[in-house]
Design a binder for this molecule. Structure first.
Ligand code: NOJ
Length: 526
């Protein structure tokens, strides 16, 4: 029997529930809609779905502001729909990963309503309250990741509360053991209901400095960067105590029967990221590795990122990779649609657990949103740094009809279409589409463990062409990627074996010295 945990030989697919499938015509995706699309996950060939939050929420930050951690927001469904969703996915051998938002609740959560009601309330210390500095100024210089400062003054009790994001998202006080216990109960609630793991939101924000020291200025800040980047987040986040909190969460999920995964939202360079695996791997199993997001799209830079990350991993730690999510401009907009296919081939042939953001398998691009249709509060708070996060959150185009098969009502954001032929229905019919390519890549990865577990090594770099090897025992593959839209020659050190998969689907022969077509990627037996 294979003793490997399921989350290692696994491809995760991220669903942004508002935008996946609407079942009741209100223009917002919901859980019954996801159930109706369960066969799509099975056909595509992914192993787990991570759902952005669908818990009870005033939706100030579209679900990342939770007012009841153990219920479903009516716009998404109810607990019965949740149970049916788990059953539908488990019946197809697909795991369910929930978004756990420990750093902050909604300002309408009953805990916060109590906390702000009086300084003597028993829940006062469940949130982070501080006296004003001299002259009534905020307690320190911390900046909110959603724009503005991290402090909101409460006139009733004459103290400031801390919010790392919107003022509607007050930060919980993780130093208070009662808060930790309540949040552990949330984990237990969903484990009992069938969750297979959690993606932990803004995990670093739990590590706040006990002395609330000012963050230092960031010398690398450039105009146009998000305002919070004016500081280095040295004291407002990622302090050492966060690892104690993570180890406790890990103990909670490990104590539950079965094997459960903890993924963390960790925007960190490899060495800092490695810390989140914990002492003797008692932390997160998969601290999210975002490093490809800020790597220049050049063979040398990509190779350096892979090597630096592999080298930083603690012994026994398992790697993971992402190219996008609901907070980032889509990969097809960053690199262009032709390169997005190469990016998918890269993502699905790196060692470790990849996560695909919904719609990236269609090569979807960001959608331009009319200024009066902006929905994302971050975009509204931080004008001048793009359109916020709406462009990458648009509804899934399932078919070629005007509403894309997503809803019968008015979609909450415009349908995320690139143009005719970009829907799931059209791309499933087109054997050369990026969806068909993703489908084939996933099937190959499932058949060939060398692609998920095998060792990784660079074979050749020539200009914009990259070749690397994945090897597990006798199974060895060379992946050749042209990162440019011009033809690129490349030579392999050994005569190549059979061609297994190609982005363009029209190559017949492979030679030791070959010319890659523009934006071409190949997988060959080595
Ligand atoms: C990170 C989430 O990914 C983002 O969407 C959210 O706005 C913040 N955390 C606050 O929860």
């Amino acid at each position: 029997m294979d003793a490997r945990p399921w989350w290692q030989d696994c491809v995760i697919y991220q669903v942004y529930p508002r935008s996946f499938q609407d079942s009741n015509g209100d223009g917002i995706g919901d859980l019954r809609g996801v159930i109706a699309r369960a066969d799509y996950f099975a056909w595509l060939g992914i192993d787990a779905v991570w759902f952005s939050p669908f818990f009870t929420s005033p939706q100030a930050d579209f679900g990342y502001d939770i007012s009841d951690y153990i219920d479903i927001d009516p716009c998404f469904g109810d607990l019965d729909a949740f149970d049916d969703l788990v059953a539908a996915l488990h019946a197809r051998h697909i795991r369910v990963i929930l978004d756990f938002v420990p750093n902050h609740s909604s300002n309408r959560h009953p805990w916060f309503l109590e906390s702000r009601s009086s300084r003597r309330n028993s829940k006062r210390d469940w949130y982070i309250w501080r006296d004003p500095s001299a002259g009534g100024a905020p307690p320190n210089n911390w900046l909110s990741l959603a724009g503005g400062i991290s402090w909101e003054y409460d006139t009733t009790t004459r103290q400031f509360y801390c919010h790392s994001f919107l003022k509607e998202q007050p930060d919980l006080n993780w130093r208070n053991p009662a808060v930790r216990e309540a949040m552990h109960d949330v984990l237990r609630f969903w484990l009992d209901r069938g969750a297979d793991g959690f993606r932990i939101d803004a995990i670093g924000c739990l590590g706040k400095d006990a002395q609330f020291r000012d963050d230092p200025l960031n010398p690398d800040y450039k105009p146009g960067d998000a305002p919070f980047m004016q500081h280095r987040l040295v004291y407002s986040a990622n302090g050492p105590q966060v690892m104690d909190f993570v180890a406790e969460m890990r103990a909670v999920v490990d104590a539950h029967s079965g094997e459960h995964v903890l993924i963390g939202e960790t925007y960190l360079k490899p060495k800092e990221l490695a810390v989140y695996y914990g002492t003797n791997l008692n932390g997160l199993q998969l601290p999210t590795n975002f490093n490809l997001l800020w790597t220049p799209w050049k063979p040398g830079a990509i190779t350096e990122t892979v090597a630096a990350y592999e080298a930083a991993l603690p012994r026994g730690a398992w790697p993971d990779w992402v190219l996008g999510n609901h907070d980032q401009s889509r990969i097809a907009s960053r690199l262009g649609q032709a390169q997005a296919r190469i990016a998918m081939m890269l993502l699905l042939t790196l060692r470790g657990t990849p996560t695909i953001y919904y719609g990236d398998e269609l090569g979807l691009k960001d959608v331009t949103i009319a200024p009066d249709q902006l929905r994302d509060p971050f975009g509204v708070n931080m004008p001048g740094i793009g359109q916020g996060r709406d462009p990458e959150r648009c509804p899934m185009p399932w078919d070629e009809t005007p509403k894309g098969g997503f809803t019968t009502g008015d979609p909450w954001l415009p349908i995320g279409r690139n143009g005719p032929g970009s829907s799931v229905e059209a791309q499933r019919r087109d054997k050369k589409s990026v969806l068909s390519l993703t489908h084939q890549l996933l099937a190959l990865r499932r058949r060939e463990p060398a692609l998920s577990r095998g060792t990784w090594s660079t074979v050749a770099i020539e200009g914009d062409a990259l070749a690397y090897r994945r090897a597990l025992g006798e199974r060895r593959f060379t992946i050749l990627l042209n990162l440019d839209d011009e033809p690129k020659p490349i030579s392999l050190p050994d005569p190549p074996g059979a061609l297994v998969l190609s982005t363009h689907g029209d190559r017949r022969t492979i030679r030791q010295r070959l010319e890659l077509a523009p934006n071409e990627g190949l997988i060959v037996e080595a």
